[in-house]
Design a binder for this molecule. Structure first.
Ligand code: FAD
Length: 331
């Protein structure tokens, strides 16, 4: 991923798309058809495939990653969590990713399965073979130790805090900062953010990282995570879960149409397009990219990348150009 970003022309922007593995074979077939269309029409720089916490989707995530990388020829990034599952699952996922030709891993901690409070009990499920993995940094270190520079590694980061007392973990960009420095120094090649709608909070966060005295964030790609608005209900649910604030003006625009799903989507495309345009104008030490949480849906993200001119033009490689210049020889 970082090689592809560096190879882009100076002022170019890029985008990536996230997909999750469907539960059923019918869902998988539908997604396959959608992915074929989207990869040809939208040409993302890369795609990412999510990983169920605790390895719950291990084989389905790898199946989807294989489809993306091998069959569709897309640069694919596999998400991988490291807590609440045995080390064997981590080893197998990394080995399988390598066999599939996948060169990118988003290294995550993951969360405890909601039904079982392993962390609070201070115990691990079934076996304790992954007792060395407590934070995402442990996975970053492990991948670097086992695979050196074979994988390009991304890590997660959170532009916004929250003061939800009922949440087991306090989230705060300032509190996270020292750990993010360590996680990056341990071998992260790029940062990918949690979804957000508050561009001021994001600008402040990115500035804090770029200017950090450690210098580790000076030029590293920081890819903002954006979620196209699919419905009013989904939006309210996902922003609550991810602790993303909905600025008052955005909420007012959506509240005004919340009874009409089609209008919500249209207004949502407008809102997301404005966020992209805003961020495109911000100075950046590297090519600016955007990561879209697609929820496996096609239309909204297609409109957004089209509106904001993020779709790259088709590059004709040199041999084809020569063939076109000379004309195809007749038999
Ligand atoms: P960490 O970097 O380990 O940080 C977690 C918390 O611990 C932070 O508050 C940090 O400040 C703190 N911390 C870190 N190190 C230490 C330390 N040494 N001592 C004390 N505190 C410390 N989840 C999934 O299950 N599957 C996915 O596919 C998935 N994809 C994601 C993609 C993105 C872009 C993002 C932003 C999140 C994703 N998540 C996914 C969610 C993620 O697993 C959770 O948010 C998880 O709670 C934290 O993961 P992390 O990698 O940020 O953890």
């Amino acid at each position: 991923i970082t090689d592809k970003i560096s190879a882009l022309p100076d002022a170019a922007n890029y985008f990536s798309l996230e997909f999750f593995p469907p539960k059923t074979s019918m869902g998988f077939a539908n997604l396959q058809a959608r992915l074929e269309r989207m990869s040809q029409a939208l040409r993302p720089l890369f795609v990412t495939v999510t990983w169920g916490a605790g390895g719950s989707t291990a084989s389905k995530s790898l199946e989807l990653a294989e489809l993306c990388q091998r069959q569709l020829g897309l640069t694919t990034c596999l998400h991988l969590t490291c807590t609440n599952m045995s080390r064997k699952v981590i080893d197998e996922a990394l080995e399988q990713a390598k066999v599939l030709g996948i060169r990118n891993i988003l290294a995550l901690r993951g969360d405890a399965p909601r039904s079982e409070e392993y962390r609070e009990e201070g115990a691990l499920p079934e076996d304790d073979s992954n007792k060395d993995f407590t934070w995402a940094i442990d996975l970053v270190r492990y991948i670097r130790k086992q695979y050196q520079d074979y994988f390009c590694i991304g890590v997660a980061t959170y532009p916004e805090g929250h003061s939800d007392e009922s949440h087991p973990e306090h989230q705060d960009p300032l509190h996270d900062l020292a750990y993010l420095v360590q996680k990056t120094k341990a071998g992260a090649d790029f940062l990918m953010t949690q979804l957000f709608f508050d561009v001021d909070a994001y600008d402040k966060f990115e500035k804090m990282l770029r200017e950090h005295e450690s210098g580790v964030f000076e030029t590293i790609p920081i890819i903002p995570g954006l979620m196209p608005i699919q419905s009013y209900q989904i939006l309210r649910r996902t922003t609550k879960l991810s602790h993303a604030k909905l600025p008052a003006d955005i909420l007012a625009r959506l509240d005004a149409v919340k009874g009409d799903d089609e209008l919500v989507k249209q207004v949502g495309v407008g809102i997301l397009s404005e966020i992209v345009e805003h961020l495109k104008k911000r100075p950046s030490p590297c090519r600016r990219g955007f990561h879209f949480y697609t929820l496996n849906l096609e239309k909204a993200v297609a409109h957004i990348v089209e509106n904001t001119h993020l779709i790259p033009s088709i590059l004709i490689d040199e041999e084809d150009e020569v063939a076109i210049d000379l004309g195809t020889p007749s038999s």
